[in-house]
Design a protein around this ligand. Structure first.
Ligand code: FAD
Length: 244
């Protein structure tokens, strides 16, 4: 699929939490996009300090069958030019992006069950993959481990419950690394879920997306359990160990 330049219009904006937003973009020219579930698009914006043009990538969070409107999911990064640019887009406003791109996409290896591990907005490309899998004729067995921080950071839980109902082969678990008192769901990092619930990786294909520490820690944990393909999309580098 060649990389194209698109003009799009903001169809709708939804605040999912105090710092996570969903944006639906209606494509104007070209009117549709062909992509693989998991791929990303890129925006250009000026650096507020120098005026120099910067590029930032955002995963397409919707499924390829929805080719005329795409969904993005992103969080606010204080003073960040990319997230600031997206947070400033208004309903009806036009914007431009390039895409699709990237090698983090759902492989066609139906003999393998799927394990998805996301931290924070790392859920975006995995949402696209989960939806594509749910729409396929023969949905593959899939497990999602999603790490967020606390109750105020939760979103898309009803959507996931609905998806799980529609796709009996899907198990979705959200875990909070720093839950406030009263949380009765899973707590701890996603690594704990991998440690405790994945006995063997032999027949798995694994997709990891989020911060660098989670990806590094999850990769070494999975590799201790055996050999399997591990596909990874790193959103950003963090110096401390992962919180999710
Ligand atoms: C292939 C790819 C796909 C991506 N898709 C998405 C997506 O779908 N949704 C999304 O929210 N982000 C996504 N990102 C991250 C995104 O491209 C930007 O890096 C992010 O929005 C921050 O950019 P910024 O210009 O606002 O801040 P910057 O000035 O670039 O970042 C400042 C600092 O903030 C930290 N940081 C960066 N991103 C985050 C974050 N998400 N959460 C917390 N701290 C962060 C880093 O330490 C960074 O050094 C993706 C990145 C890649 C490489």
């Amino acid at each position: 699929m060649p990389i194209e330049t698109f003009t799009a219009q903001v169809e709708s904006i939804k605040n999912l939490t105090h710092d996570v937003r969903q944006l639906d973009l209606r494509l104007i020219e070209p009117r549709t996009i062909t992509f693989k579930p998991g791929q990303f698009i890129s925006f250009e914006m000026p650096d507020p300090q120098t005026g120099r043009l910067l590029t930032r990538a955002y995963s397409i969070a919707s499924q390829p069958s929805r080719s005329g409107i795409i969904t993005l999911l992103f969080n606010q990064v204080s003073g960040g030019p990319g997230s600031g640019f997206l947070f400033h887009l208004k309903a009806g406003e036009k914007t431009h992006f390039k895409g699709p791109a990237g090698h983090f996409y759902l492989r066609d290896d139906p003999e393998r069950a799927l394990l998805f591990v996301a931290s924070g907005t790392g859920i975006a490309p995995i949402r696209s993959m989960l939806m594509a899998n749910a729409e396929s004729h023969n949905p593959r067995p899939a497990t999602l481990f999603w790490g967020l921080r606390s109750q105020q950071d939760l979103y898309d839980q009803e959507e996931l419950a609905e998806l799980t109902k529609r796709t009996p082969t899907l198990t979705a678990v959200t875990t909070l690394s720093r839950p406030d008192p009263g949380w009765s769901g899973e707590s701890g990092r996603v690594l704990r879920l991998i440690e405790e619930r994945i006995a063997s990786v032999k027949n798995l294909a694994v997709y990891l997306c989020g911060n660098s520490a989670m990806i590094a820690d999850a990769t070494s944990l999975l590799q201790k359990k055996g050999l399997c393909p591990i596909y990874r999309e790193k959103y950003y580098d963090d110096t401390s160990t992962s919180d999710n």
